[in-house]
Design a protein around this ligand. Structure first.
Ligand SMILES: O=C(O)CCC(=O)C(=O)O
Length: 294
């Protein structure tokens, strides 16, 4: 056995609001709209040179592929670099260095005139929180889901990007670390060791390759793993889920779970992390033994 990956549904250029609502939004099913970004100036304008001019000479935090250090807060950067130097590096050679959640409203608001969020498909866009992500060829965004449980629409630019997604029902089988929104970082999603991580056997997921101009719709709480096949960058736009229950869960994640987890991590460091990892393994093996999800 192994993972069972099938292709994410695709449409060309557009989809009607009615079809999107019925077939993707309501059932919470991912979709790729090929070449969606072609309608926006960003499609041609957002070259590396243009981003250098607009983002300018800022020093940016960079993340690598090494396993998170339990003594550091989650999302602690591996290093920092001037933005133009980082862009030159990622264009020149493969690098696992990534820029994560770069807030363009704060750091380069001029870019916000170059696109619009897909408001024709869904309401509730949090237009104040557009984030950009950059990666060199080979860079990997580790498996996680977004803590605020927003619906994500990601437009991709420049190179190709490999995306693997899993429905929330597979959380335990993916070795979800308790009190967090990420999975055990000890397995290689592209080539998992099924002997060591038996619960991954039979897990069903979805995959696609995004090209320049494609947009991915990821429903709330969807697990995502992303690999920059070539150097490139993406813009993630978030839409608030209308359900009250999801909103309460999101507030709990953001204000209670995250703070409590950080506090315990700071206090107990590796001891706390090891206990959580052991629990993730126990939960995964139990779910596998019990055939969960059915
Ligand atoms: O594109 C990436 O590198 C990560 C994107 C992501 O995690 C997100 O949009 O939530």
């Amino acid at each position: 056995m192994s993972f069972k990956l099938s292709q994410i549904d695709q449409v060309q250029n557009q989809i009607s609001t009615q079809d999107f609502t019925e077939y993707y939004l309501k059932p919470g099913k991912p979709l790729v709209i090929k070449q969606y970004a072609k309608r926006f100036p960003a499609y041609t304008l957002w070259t590396p040179e243009y981003l250098k001019q607009t983002i300018g000479d800022q020093v940016v935090p960079l993340f690598d592929s090494s396993k998170a250090d339990p003594s550091k807060p989650i999302n602690a950067p591996a290093t920092k670099m001037r933005f133009p130097d980082y862009l030159d590096l990622m264009l020149r050679e493969p690098t696992d260095l990534r820029m994560f959640t770069f807030d363009i409203r704060d750091k380069a608001p001029i870019l916000m005139k170059d696109y619009d969020s897909p408001k024709e498909l869904v309401g509730g866009f949090l237009d104040k929180f557009p984030n950009m992500f950059f990666g060199g060829a080979g860079a990997i965004t580790f498996l996680h889901y977004d803590i605020d449980l927003a619906q994500i629409f990601q437009m991709h630019f420049h190179g190709r990007k490999h995306i693997i997604l899993f429905e929330p029902k597979w959380s335990r089988r993916l070795y979800k670390i308790p009190f967090t929104t990420y999975a055990l970082e000890d397995y290689d999603l592209e080539n998992p060791d099924f002997q060591r991580f038996p619960a991954l056997n039979g897990v069903e997921g979805l995959e696609t390759i995004l090209d320049h101009g494609d947009m991915l719709y990821m429903p709330k709480a969807y697990w995502h793993w992303m690999k920059y096949i070539d150097s490139g960058y993406s813009l993630s736009m978030r839409a608030w889920d209308p359900s009250l229950l999801t909103n309460m869960h999101s507030l709990y994640n953001l204000f209670i779970q995250r703070n409590l987890d950080s506090f315990l991590k700071k206090t107990f460091k590796a001891k706390y992390q090891n206990a959580k990892e052991n629990l993730a393994i126990k939960n995964a093996e139990k779910a596998f033994a019990n055939g969960i999800p059915a």
